[in-house]
Ligand binder design. Structure first.
Ligand code: ADP
Length: 195
């Protein structure tokens, strides 16, 4: 098993941008959002269990997952959200582990937006790397990236771990308040240390 870095941070903090900078250096990135999408894409291994748990109503007539329906369901129903997470998290976890085990790079970066929220820690990662920036920048970047209104971003931020909690768990920290070039330089310093 290679050395594993768990990378986390709030929405819009720059996790993906930081992961891209590591990837440019040849580091294998294991991204839990990508895995989650694959598990629920056409033919994805999570689909039969999702149908069993939530029924046909979250599927389109062509058999693909109706993500909007599923989102609406878990948005209004805390128990459904819990059941969805109980179903998906072990699958995401197992696939992350599989990809990490087979990764041919000196170390692996696992990008996990909800690393702290799902109670993961040093039993899974050699180090926890937190990408951090001030909340007004998070809101501005998410607005530019996804066109989300400040209010929506704020409510997502309120459902995530606080900055203080994240900073308390960080072994390494990237303060992403400068330019993308500055972010790249910070990644280079960490990359050398991880090697
Ligand atoms: P996350 O993955 O944490 O949600 P992203 O990496 O997608 O955040 O960053 C959010 C947006 O802000 C993206 O469009 C990204 O290109 C941009 N961004 C990230 N870091 C910087 C930076 N240092 N300077 C300018 N734009 C940035």
């Amino acid at each position: 098993m290679p050395y594993i870095i768990g990378l986390t941070g709030g929405i819009g903090s720059g996790k993906s941008a930081a992961a891209e900078a590591f990837a440019r250096r040849g580091v294998i990135i294991v991204d839990s959002d990508v895995i989650s999408r694959d598990l629920t894409a056409e033919g994805g291994v999570a689909l039969p269990s999702l149908r069993e748990e939530f029924g046909d109503e979250i599927f389109a007539p062509n058999g693909s997952l109706d993500r909007a329906q599923l989102r609406a369901k878990v948005f209004s129903d805390a128990d459904a959200k819990r059941r969805l997470e109980a179903l998906l998290h072990p699958l995401i976890d197992a696939e992350s582990l599989r990809q990490s085990e087979t990764a041919r790079s000196p170390y692996v970066i696992q990008v996990i937006p909800l690393l702290l929220e799902t109670g993961m820690g040093h039993e899974r990662f050699n180090r926890i790397l937190v990408v951090d920036c001030d909340e007004s920048r998070q809101i501005e970047r998410v607005g530019l990236r996804s066109g989300l209104a400040g209010e929506q971003t704020r409510s997502i931020m309120a459902s995530q771990a606080s900055r203080e909690e994240r900073l308390a768990h960080a072994d390494d920290l990237i303060v992403n308040t400068g330019t993308l070039e500055e972010l790249d330089a910070k990644v280079e310093v960490l990359h050398q240390r991880y090697l």
